[in-house]
Design a protein around this ligand. Structure first.
Ligand SMILES: [Zn+2]
Ligand SMILES: [Zn+2]
Length: 468
């Protein structure tokens, strides 16, 4: 068995010392598996992954590990046999944690599996999610809200034992109070012995003879619990606030899970928020736009004066510094930085005019030499110009044809052609530049958006959660 002799030491393969704990072995396996997994384009190595899995199969199982320690590879013949023909791409679509868990269950080894069942010990309760809607301005300035959450808590009647008052849980017959039973399972790697939580007692090792009436033996009951939620200033929709131990009570005396409060922010009829920036649309009259002046503009801090320059065009934006959203730092305290308010000015054309206004406007038009209607001469002139233009176009088309059919004319034709294409490309490039300017501004917008998203993300605490 020359191949056996050349086999690498399992501890070496996993990169752990001989005395490594089960937890160390698992941790190292996870790290290395992530690195070597064939799905990983950069560092994936199927052969190395199989070797790693084989090493883990042995070292994660107490019995196999003991045999390996005493007899080396000879002591664990057959380990990893299934791997050679095994297609690991079957695992694609699963997270690495899922894969490790799967391998753990195939091997029947490993420790501290999720999903409970380990000796029926205490488990942390479930995390809960609560959707909370707040007003636009509350998100800007922060607020405090009271919410009621239905969550599992210890049953008071049985003090969390699940047994009716006066009775006590008795040892489970199926597992003799151990909480675990052995089961033979068929895996990708062949038959394996697997230790599972006792199905009769769900791993608790005990059975309740007379269940408590209030919790039906569950030891936990759902109750309303009030929480005070502090919403920091500057928080944005979608942020999750984490209330530690705000979730369900764990079984068998396990700790509470956490409560995640997901924020939803109501739309405001005036303000539109983009990160720390607030946008508003502010209509102004054409006379104000022409003459300039000062108006009151709504802000999140109430109406504030804003200067309008003479000759303001519609679509002009004006920045009102520091009247945006306070920077959300992820902490309860806020720093002093604050976004701006951007006012989008829209010049409104009056739709109803009094006769006096009409007269004044007509007078104004006269003063400015604005033409309000067309004379027959104007129309005739335009038609003439159109005809000339058409004639020129036709002539050019003809000369192009000629240029194609006659080589002699090529000089003249190409000159004309280049002339034409010259003007055409100029016009096209004009259009293009208009387009690209538009698309650019769109791009910039999206860039801004993603930039703002990044800012929000940057200030979000690591797991997208805020400690309460
Ligand atoms: Zn049992
Ligand atoms: Zn009870």
């Amino acid at each position: 068995m020359a191949t056996m002799a050349s086999k690498k030491d399992y501890y070496e393969t996993l990169g752990v010392p001989k005395g490594a704990s089960a937890e160390e072995i698992k941790k190292s396996f996870r790290n290395k598996a992530r690195h070597l997994h064939p799905d990983n384009k950069d560092s994936g190595d199927e052969q190395a992954f199989k070797e790693l899995a084989e090493a883990y199969e042995v070292l994660s199982d107490q019995q196999k590990r003991a045999n390996y320690d005493r007899f080396g590879h000879e002591g664990v013949k057959g380990a990893g046999q299934g791997f050679d023909n095994f297609d690991f791409s079957n695992f694609s679509g699963f997270g690495m944690d899922d894969i490790v868990d799967m391998l753990d269950s195939f091997f029947g080894g490993g420790g501290g599996m999720r999903g409970g069942g380990r000796r029926g010990g205490p488990e942390q309760g479930s995390h809960l999610k609560f959707d909370m809607e707040i007003d636009f301005l509350d998100a800007v300035f922060g607020t405090e809200k009271t919410i009621n959450v239905r969550r599992l808590e210890d049953c008071e009647s049985c003090k969390g034992s699940g047994a009716a008052p006066g009775s006590n849980p008795i040892p489970c017959v199926t597992c003799a109070g151990v909480g675990q039973v052995q089961q033979v399972i068929n895996t990708f790697f062949g038959q394996a012995l697997r230790v599972i939580a006792c199905p009769a007692c769900q791993g608790s090792g005990s059975k309740i003879d007379k269940p408590c009436k209030d919790c039906k033996g569950e030891a936990l009951v759902r109750k309303q619990k009030e929480f005070q939620i502090k919403v920091p200033a500057g928080i944005d929709a979608g942020t999750r606030l984490r209330v530690q131990a705000g979730g369900d009570k764990g079984r068998k005396g396990g700790p509470f899970g956490d409560l995640f409060v997901v924020l939803h922010v109501k739309e405001h009829e005036t303000f539109v928020r983009d990160g720390e920036t607030i946008h508003i649309r502010q209509p102004i009259s054409y006379s104000l736009a022409a003459l300039g002046g000062e108006i009151l503009v709504p802000t999140v801090e109430g109406a504030k004066p804003l200067k309008i320059h003479a000759g303001t065009q519609t679509g002009t934006t004006t920045v009102m510094k520091g009247l945006g959203v306070p920077r959300f730092t992820g902490q309860q305290k806020r720093d002093n930085r604050r976004g701006d308010q951007i006012v989008h000015l829209v010049v409104e054309t009056p739709t109803k005019l009094s006769s006096e206004e009409k007269k004044l406007l007509e007078k104004l038009a006269e003063l400015r030499g604005d033409k309000l209607s067309l004379s027959k001469a104007d129309i005739a002139k335009a038609e003439e110009a159109n005809k000339e233009h058409q004639a020129k176009e036709n002539a050019e088309k003809n000369s192009e044809k000629k240029a194609k059919s006659s080589a002699k004319d090529s000089e003249n034709g190409s000159e004309k052609k280049s002339d034409r294409t010259g003007s055409e490309t100029a016009e096209e490039s004009k259009k293009e530049s208009g387009k690209s300017a538009k698309s650019k501004s769109k791009k910039e917008e999206s860039k801004d958006n993603s930039f703002l998203d990044k800012i929000v993300d940057a200030f979000r605490p690591k797991n997208g959660e805020t400690q309460q």
